[in-house]
Each structure stands twice: as structure tokens, then as C-alpha cells.
Design a protein around this ligand. Sequence first.
Ligand SMILES: NC(=O)c1ccc[n+]([C@@H]2O[C@H](COP(=O)([O-])OP(=O)(O)OC[C@H]3O[C@@H](n4cnc5c(N)ncnc54)[C@H](OP(=O)(O)O)[C@@H]3O)[C@@H](O)[C@H]2O)c1
Length: 291
Amino acid sequence: MTATKAAFIGLGTMGYPMAGHLATAGHEITVFNRTRTRAEAWVREHGGRLGGTPAEAAAGAHLVFTCVGNDDDLRVVVYGTDGAFAGMEEGAVLVDHTTASGLVAREVGRAAAKRGLGFLDAPMSGGEEGAKKGILTIMVGGAPETFAKAEPVIGAYARAVTLMGPVGSGQLTKMVNQICCVGIIQGLAEGLNFALRAGLDANKVVDVISKGAAQSWQMDNRARTMIEDRFDFGFAVDWMLKDMRIVLAEAGENGAQVPVATLVEGYLARLQEQGAGRLDHTALIRLLGEA
Ligand SMILES: NC(=O)c1ccc[n+]([C@@H]2O[C@H](COP(=O)([O-])OP(=O)(O)OC[C@H]3O[C@@H](n4cnc5c(N)ncnc54)[C@H](OP(=O)(O)O)[C@@H]3O)[C@@H](O)[C@H]2O)c1
């Protein structure tokens, strides 16, 4: 694959290793991070260049990647005189890996088209571990010709990259992923809490039932830490609450019934109020210990 001139904006938990894989694959990378020290650390580790603003980082890049927190963060790094769009040249493509709303994806997609730029909404699944190992699953919305430009480069940090439909389809697919995840995690929390209250050996229960129909990624990877009451890692309550609110807003538009997601949104909000926003969202089990 030919080396590409690319920019990466947002070197957080996910973005830092993802940008690292691009550099390792031989692409010419300029990075921007709001907290500059993190971008400096990335350049020390991987080489490449540092942009003072998203616009500066994006100047001359064929592909510009963003991976920030939410809808408003995306607008901050894309629009305005310092935003990525201001630095991008006609024909360049913005690939957004933020988990954001379908609304903002369509809005940024329209703004990109007006400037002669391509846009792909490309949220991901696989967590910090998937980003570090370069084995993320990426679900993409956008035009096929735009996807064709970005897909081989995204392959540096993904094991599956799938075009789901027009702009916004990536975010909608990620919403389905999150609806499924919260249902499974809440079910796992209730099952494990039940096992503990019933006086069973919860680890032994997991050993047995994980070989049957109740098996899931969550059971294999999170049941032990839930039993041990350990949540200092993983995907934060704050992030899952943001994602549930995106789901509920979209369901309000398309009429889908999401009773479990609605319940879990309330539980996550309670955890956040209790100051547990940065804990892994499997801390949902803690609420079952409340009187
Ligand atoms: N972590 C996961 O397991 C996971 C899995 C799948 C999807 N996601 C999604 O991926 C996205 C990023 O997650 P993460 O875990 O990498 O988050 P993170 O560690 O909090 O990093 C967020 C990044 O966005 C930057 N940022 C936030 N607001 C900004 C703003 N207003 N202007 C400029 N930069 C801003 C932050 O800069 P600073 O360094 O200055 O704060 C940081 O680089 C989120 O949408 C999340 O839902 C995360």
C-alpha cells in the first residue's frame, strides 16, 4: 500500500494507539491534541509532526482522522478558522471515529460536501485493547468512492472495516451495538448479583454457564472483574451514558422501542451522580447492592 499524508486529531485512549499504527504502517502523520503535552509525547514515540491547531495539522493531508469525545467536540475540531476543514484541500477526506449522533454525522457530511471534501462517519468497537492491538471493528457511513480512499489506510488499526450505507449509517450501526451491549451487561449484572445473594460460588457459576447459551463477550471478559468489584479500566460510565442518550434521541426519531436501553440510561445516570462516571460501565452491578 502507498504511504499517505494523513492527520490525526484527538490522541486520547483510542486515538493515541490508532495514530501510532498509522505511523508504523509508514504513513506520514501530523497530529493535533488539545492538551499539547500528549501530542508531544506521541511525536517523541512515533516521529511525525505536530500541528498547532486542527487546521494546521490537516493542511495538505489526503486523509484527516478525528477521534474526540462527543458531537460538540467534533464541531470544535472541524469547524472555524482553526478547524480541520479550514486546512483541508479539495478531494481530501475526513474520517471521524468519534461515537457521535447520526445528526452530527449528516451535518458534518453536508458541510464537507459544500467544500468539495469527502466525509465518513466511522465509529468503532473493540475498546482500548482493540486499539492497542490494531484489531478494531469499524462501521462506516459514506459514499463508496470516499470509502475506497480511506479503507486501506484504516486497515492499519482494524480487522474489519465495513461500509454500512450513506453518511450516518456508521453511527446508526454503533447505536445497535451499544443497545445490544447494555442489555447483555445489565443481564450479566443481575445474574451475578443473584448468584452472590444465593450463596453460590459466582466464579464457578461463570465457569459452567459460559459454556452454555448464556455465554457472551461480556461474560468472558468482564464477569470476573464484576465479581471482584473492580472497575478501574475499560469503557467509562460517562461514555456509555453519552451513547445511550444518542440512542434514545435517535429512537425518538425513528420510533424504535428501547425499553431496556431506557432503563439502563437511568441506571448509568445514577452512577454518574454518585461520582462513578470514570469507572467501567460494568459498575452497573453496584446499583444492585443498594438497599
Ligand atoms: N475508550 C473506549 O473503549 C472506546 C471504545 C469505542 C469507542 N469509543 C469512543 O471513541 C471516542 C474517543 O474515546 P477515548 O476513550 O479515546 O476518549 P478520551 O480518552 O477521553 O479522549 C478524547 C480525546 O478527544 C479530545 N477532545 C475532547 N474534547 C475536545 C475538544 N472540545 N476539543 C479538542 N479536543 C477534544 C481529548 O483531548 P485532551 O487530551 O485535551 O482531553 C482527547 O484527545 C469517544 O466518542 C468514545 O465514545 C471509545
